[in-house]
Every structure is written in structure tokens, then in C-alpha cells.
Design a protein around this ligand. Structure first.
Ligand code: T1G
Length: 696
């Protein structure tokens, strides 16, 4: 007869004769928050003292064993007992302790398991130490115990990459001792008995010898210096693992000191903010509505964007009909999809069989009537209102009732597109980013008449595609491109005033952006911005300062990488500033009567960020974005914003809002039209508030 006793709300102990089963039940992911740590500590102490208990087995309820420390507790004063103490108590326990792992046993969860004396994985288990992705390092013994089981080289790779290791690989590496089919509780019960009978070989990880491997450590130090020159924690991870050849107590003390340095770093705050941003964006008013069923998806337009969207859908398992009126363009589009899928195979993201299945799900058509059975259609045709309204008019006649009609427009008014149909409630924007099968961001643009369940369907599709879907209202450019247009102007102003484009790019890349604004434009094609500027020429306020350098480059046909030249020359994979572009810059400065002045890197970053934050504040203020954290997600996942800085709104909070107001007012002395303090920013600054206050 077994009896179950609750230690607290999240930990229970079940006694089955001499075996005690400790169950962790803290949904959704059994994070090791205070209650889990406290309950485990109490349970272990009680079981150790209980003469009737001779073996202990840990397992968890729900979808996973402990998925790590409770990240929400970061930045607050730690509450006893700490996780390292829990792991040490498990390891020191005089009775054999077995852990049964399932789901995603990550971070502190794996560290708890490493403190136990034997580990069994359920098929499908993944283990990992992803702390580095949060700007920290495994701080509950992971850097000391993982190398004792799996060797220094393996532990280094796992800890510095943060990757999830499948059960089979974990077994081969020695991180777990066996893989066993069954329910975690049943396995725990059986394994507890086997442990006390000596049928499985339990041992304390901390007592194991670790073979020194100075070469692996030196190699990883060099790799981290190359790959992550701006990041803090990857280097500390290597330092911590390097201490594992010392006696365990000494190594643990070094790990702890390094861990605390990481916890105190602003990068940790930025990376944790990014983690929550990725998840917060799903919390939208429409989430309460049931999404419509999506089977076949139609994609209209077989250009780069349409083919990329079709690829993303195929990779996610959706059947796709790619429609394009021009047969040659359609054939090229199919070729692009095939090339994209082949690339996924080369990168190891897709098997050859998976590629064949994906291609079998693809149909093509030159007539929109082929979309009659589609449940959702994404239009990615030419970016012109007349083209879009004609297509939507046709879709209105062809599509079955209840089909969702999405446009991938980047700038056009979706209310106007929706008005071309008799069912505007079924219309929304799904704004993908190029390359659509790679970029994580998806803006779900909810128009004035979009039905809530249609918006919910957009989010459901985002989830299927494993994208970060962010809700945006309708405006020129939606969240991302609207903010981008503004900070690019700030970059153009600096360029005209004397900061060279390569200097601006370099300063922003040193700040952490994946690419500076001029390099990005060369990559995307300078003609995109040109088209946009031409469309807005008629409505541009006369007092707006206009920089025509990009237009001049386009007039020469220098559209960037695809043309071999733009701001930069692109030759054989090599890029260097285009001297002709530099001459155009010099000519425009002279034409405007500007004596070029010098900018420090700091000033370049400060102005660029102030422009970004100002427009972002307006986007929040006018309701285009639901919350500041949505803006952060857009810039992080679609615009190469440095993840360790958390996004522009998080960064603004870290600079201090009164300081930002002062900066913008200072810049306004030269250009009062461009530099205006958004009322929301001023209000928060006056009230000593932060953008983060608006996130909940
Ligand atoms: N702490 C707090 N909340 C967490 C959490 C965590 N560790 N992990 C997930 N959540 C929340 C998440 O915010 C979401 O909440 C819900 O759980 C479901 O998550 C000492 C210090 C486990 C693979 O980094 O990678 O241990 O949005 O939507 O897709 O060395 O969550 O519903 O309100 O992501 O099924 C190391 C982080 C911590 C793992 C599940 N561990 N989590 O993915 O669900 S540091 C991690 C994940 C540490 C020690 C150190 C994933 C998942 P809400 P979800 P999912």
C-alpha cells in the first residue's frame, strides 16, 4: 500500500515500502521556484531521516521534468534554499537517489538530475543547459557536474551553445544512464527498487574524476572571442567549466561567483526580457476566440516573398497552392521554393524525405480560381493598391465562405484593401519578413473590421509556422517599418551632416545590431526605400529635412547587392565602401552647404536610438502596438536588434527616460521638425515611470 503526502503545494512524497517517490508538480513547466526548492529540501531531509526509506526516486508530473530555475525570480533577492544547496543535498544523500526525466529537462532541472545518483530518460527527452541564452551560466553545479559525466569538451559545447541534446545523444555522452519506456512514476517506482537492490549502479557525480582537457578549453575560449565579442556570459561559461578539474567544492564556489557576476549584468536583464517578449506577444485580446481550421493555404505571387512564404508553410506541414498569373514567374517561384527546401536540407533542418513530402504538398496555379478550396490565402503580389484591390475583389468571388484573406503588404492601407471585398471581417494583414522561411517575425495586422476569430487565426498560423507573431494596428508601415523609416532618417541626417555611412554602420554593429542601416539597405535592395519615398513625395511636409543620397544611388541603378553596388561594392563576397557613393555623399553635402562635422560612435548610437525610441513611443501611444514589449519583440525578431539589449523600449528604460527626453530636446535645437519628444515619453519621464510599467 502506498500513501501520498503533500510536502507543500508543488511537492508530494509517495511511500511504496522502502522506496519513496518524490513528485514535482508545478505547472506549466515545473520551474524550480521557491516552493519547489523548499519542498524538495524538506522532502529530502525527512526521507533521509526516515529509517523505513532505503531509496528515493524523483520524477515530475505534467509535460516535463523541471525546465529550469523560475526565470521570473531573477533580479529579486534570492530566497533560501537556493538551488545549488538542493543539488548538493541530493548528491550528499546517504540513500540512493534516482531521477526520471522527461520532456525538456533544462537548466536547473538538469542540474537537479546531475545531483542525483542515477538518471533515466524517457524516450523523447531533451536535456540542456540553456542559461547562456539568458545571459547567465548554469549556477547549480552544471558547469562542474556535466563535465564529470560527459567530459570537458562535450560540456563546453553544450553549455556555451545552450542547445537541447536529444536523449540518445545524452546517453552516449554519459549525461543520463539509460533510456526507458513508460510513465515517469512507474519507472521511478521500479528504478527505486532496483537501486536499493543494487541492480542499477548509482554513484555521486561530484566524486567522479574528470580528465583535464586544456586544449578544448583554449579552443572554446578562442571560439567565444570570435563569435561573441560583445557578450558577457559565454566567456564566463568557459571560465566556470575550466574550474571543474579542481575539487568539487572549490569548483562550485568559482561557478557561484561567476554566476553572480552574470546575474548582475545588464545583458542578463536584456536577454531575460527578450525571453518573455517572445512569449508575451501571444497575449492579445483576440486570443480568447477560437481560430478557424486551416488546411490548404493559398499564396498569391511567386516572387521572393511569395516563394518564401510558401516555403515556410510547406516546412510547417501545410498543403500550399502557389498562384501566379505569369507562367514563367510561377516556374521561377517553384524553383525558389525547391532551392529554399534544398537549403534547409543542407543546413540539417530537413531530411531528404521531408523535402520530398513538402514538395508533394505544393500545387501551383496560374488562375486564382484554383484557390476555391483554400482555407486561408496570403497575397504577396506587387506592392500597389490597384493590384491589391483587384486581387481581393477576385478573391471575394472565388474563395469559399469563411476563408481568411491575408495581405502581406508592407505599407498599404489594409482597411482600403478590405473594402474591395464584401467580407472585410475576413481580411487581415500577415506581414512576413524576408527571407520568410527564415525570419522569426510575423506582424499580424488587425484592420478596423477584422473579426476577432480571424485575428486569432493569424496568431494560430504564426504558431504553426513557429514564428513570433506580434499584433499591430493599421498604419503606414505597421510597427516595424514605421519605426524603421524614422530611425533611418536619423541615420541619413547624420550621413549628410558628416558621419560616413560605413562609420555609422560600424558604430551600430559595435553596439550589437546584426547590420547597420546602410548595409541592410544594400542587402534588401535600395529600390524598396526609393519606391516608398517616391510614393510619399507628394505628402512630405515642406519643413522636413530631405536627404536625397539614396535616390541618387538608385538613379544610377545602384540598388545594392543584387546590382553589385550600392553604398558598398559587392564583389566576390567582399564588400567595401563604394567610392562613387562616397562622391555622391560629398556632392550632396556640398549642395546643402554643409561643412561635414565629426561624430563619435557614442553620438551615432545615441541619435539613432533616440529616433527609434521616439517613434516606438508614438507607436505605443497611438495603439498601433499593444504594449512596449510588443515593439521590443518586433525589433528583436525582425530587425536585427541586439537581443542582449532587450529591444528599444527595454533599452530606453535602462538609459533612463528623463535622459532620453534631454537628448531629444538637445537634438531639436538643430531640427525641431524631426526631433519631438513624444507625449508618452515625456509623461513617463515626468512621473519617474518606465516603459516596462505599461507591459502588464
Ligand atoms: N521560469 C519561469 N517561467 C517559465 C520558464 C522558467 N524557467 N520556462 C517557461 N516558463 C513559462 C513561459 O513564460 C510560459 O508562460 C509558460 O511557462 C510556457 O512556456 C540555476 C538559473 C521549457 C522548452 O531557460 O525553454 O535554470 O507565457 O510557452 O513552448 O542554472 O519554456 O504561458 O505565461 O515556452 O512548451 C533555464 C526556459 C532557466 C528554460 C517549454 N531554463 N523555458 O516550451 O512553452 S535558468 C530555461 C523554455 C536556470 C540555473 C539557472 C521553454 C520550454 P506564459 P512556453 P513551450
Amino acid at each position: 500500500m502506498s500513501e501520498i503526502e503533500a510536502v507543500n503545494d508543488v511537492i508530494t512524497v509517495e511511500r511504496a515500502g522502502p522506496v519513496a517517490l518524490v513528485c514535482i508538480d508545478n505547472p506549466p513547466v515545473n520551474a524550480a521556484g521557491h516552493a519547489v526548492r523548499d519542498g524538495l529540501t524538506t522532502a529530502i531531509a525527512a526521507l533521509e531521516a526516515d529509517m523505513d526509506v532505503r531509496a528515493i526516486a524523483l520524477y515530475a508530473a505534467g509535460r516535463t521534468f523541471i525546465a529550469g530555475a523560475d526565470i521570473r525570480e531573477f533580479g529579486r533577492p534570492p530566497e533560501d534554499p537556493w538551488l545549488p544547496a538542493v543539488c548538493n543535498a541530493l548528491e550528499a544523500c546517504a540513500k540512493p537517489v534516482v531521477a526520471v526525466l522527461h520532456g525538456t529537462t533544462l537548466g536547473g532541472g538538469l542540474e537537479v538530475a546531475l545531483g542525483c545518483h542515477y538518471r533515466i530518460g524517457v524516450p523523447g527527452l531533451k536535456v540542456g543547459l540553456p542559461e547562456v541564452t539568458l545571459g547567465i551560466l548554469p549556477g547549480a553545479g552544471g558547469t562542474q557536474r556535466a563535465p564529470r559525466l560527459a567530459g570537458i569538451a562535450f560540456a563546453l559545447e553544450m553549455i556555451t551553445s545552450g542547445r537541447q541534446v536529444p536523449a540518445e545523444e545524452a546517453l552516449e555522452a554519459g549525461l543520463i544512464d539509460e533510456i526507458r519506456e513508460g510513465e515517469p512514476r512507474d519507472i521511478a517506482l521500479a528504478a527505486g527498487a532496483e537501486a536499493l537492490e543494487g541492480r542499477i549502479e548509482t554513484r555521486r557525480t561530484g566524486t567522479l574524476e574528470v580528465a583535464p582537457d586544456d586544449a578544448a578549453i583554449a579552443e572554446m575560449r578562442a571560439r567565444m572571442a570570435r563569435r561573441h565579442p560583445l557578450l558577457f556570459s559565454p566567456h564566463k561559461c568557459v571560465d566556470a567549466v575550466a574550474a571543474c578539474t579542481k575539487p568539487i567544492e572549490e569548483g562550485l564556489a568559482i561557478e557561484r561567483a561567476l554566476y553572480e557576476e552574470c546575474q548582475a549584468s545588464p545583458q542578463r536583464a536584456g536577454l531575460v526580457h527578450a525571453f518573455f517578449a517572445e512569449r508575451a506577444v501571444a497575449k492579445v485580446p483576440e486570443a480568447a476566440h477560437a481560430a478557424r481550421e486551416i488546411g490548404r493555404v493559398g499564396v498569391i505571387g511567386a516572387g521572393t516573398m511569395g516563394s518564401g512564404i510558401a516555403t515556410a508553410l510547406l516546412l510547417a506541414g501545410c498543403p500550399v497552392t502557389l498562384a501566379e498569373v505569369n507562367p514563367e514567374a510561377l516556374a521561377r517561384g517553384r524553383g525558389t521554393v525547391e532551392k529554399n527546401l534544398a537549403g534547409a536540407v543542407t543546413r540539417g533542418k530537413l531530411t531528404e524525405a521531408g523535402r520530398d513530402e513538402a514538395l508533394a504538398r505544393l500545387e501551383t496555379a496560374t488562375d486564382l480560381s484554383a484557390l476555391a478550396d483554400a482555407d486561408l490565402v496570403v497575397e504577396a503580389a506587387f506592392e500597389e493598391m490597384g493590384v491589391k484591390t483587384e486581387i481581393f475583389g477576385t478573391l471575394d468571388r472565388v474563395l469559399k465562405p469563411g476563408a481568411v484573406m491575408a495581405t502581406n503588404t508592407s505599407y498599404l492601407d489594409i482597411d482600403e484593401i478590405a473594402a474591395a471585398t464584401s467580407r472585410p471581417e475576413d481580411v487581415l494583414g500577415l506581414h512576413f519578413f524576408s527571407p520568410a522561411h527564415v525570419m522569426k517575425l510575423l506582424e499580424v495586422v488587425v484592420a478596423a473590421k477584422t473579426a476577432p476569430e480571424v485575428a486569432a487565426t493569424g496568431f494560430a498560423l504564426g504558431k504553426t509556422l513557429r514564428k513570433v507573431a506580434v499584433r499591430s494596428g493599421v498604419c503606414d508601415g505597421f510597427i516595424g517599418n514605421r519605426i524603421m523609416q524614422h530611425y533611418r532618417k536619423a541615420a541619413d541626417h547624420m550621413l549628410l551632416d558628416g558621419a560616413d555611412f560605413d562609420r555609422i554602420d560600424a558604430a551600430l554593429e559595435a553596439f550589437g545590431f546584426a547590420m547597420g542601416p546602410f548595409r541592410v539597405q544594400d542587402l534588401a535592395g535600395l529600390d524598396i526605400g526609393w519606391t516608398y519615398r517616391k510614393r510619399h513625395a507628394a505628402t512630405r511636409p515642406p519643413e522636413e529635412r530631405y536627404v536625397a543620397i539614396g535616390d541618387r544611388l538608385c538613379q544610377e541603378g545602384w540598388f545594392g547587392r543584387k546590382a553589385g553596388r550600392g553604398y558598398y561594392l559587392h564583389e566576390d563576397g567582399d564588400t567595401r565602401p563604394n567610392p562613387d557613393a562616397q562622391a555622391i555623399v560629398a556632392g550632396e553635402r556640398a549642395r546643402a552647404g554643409i561643412a561635414p562635422r565629426s561624430f563619435t560612435d557614442e553620438e551615432i548610437v545615441a541619435r539613432y536610438m533616440a529616433a527609434m525610441i521616439a517613434e516606438a513611443a508614438r507607436v505605443v501611444e497611438d495603439g498601433t502596438a499593444l504594449r512596449p514589449i510588443d515593439v521590443d519583440a518586433v525589433l528583436l525578431f525582425g530587425y536585427g536588434f541586439p537581443r542582449f539589449r532587450g529591444g528599444p523600449m527595454h533599452y530606453a528604460d535602462s538609459v533612463g527616460l528623463p535622459e532620453l527626453v534631454r537628448r531629444i530636446e538637445g537634438y531639436a535645437a538643430q531640427d525641431a521638425h524631426f526631433w519631438q519628444v513624444p507625449p508618452l515619453l515625456r509623461k513617463l519621464a515626468d512621473e519617474d515611470g518606465r516603459f516596462a510599467d505599461l507591459n502588464s
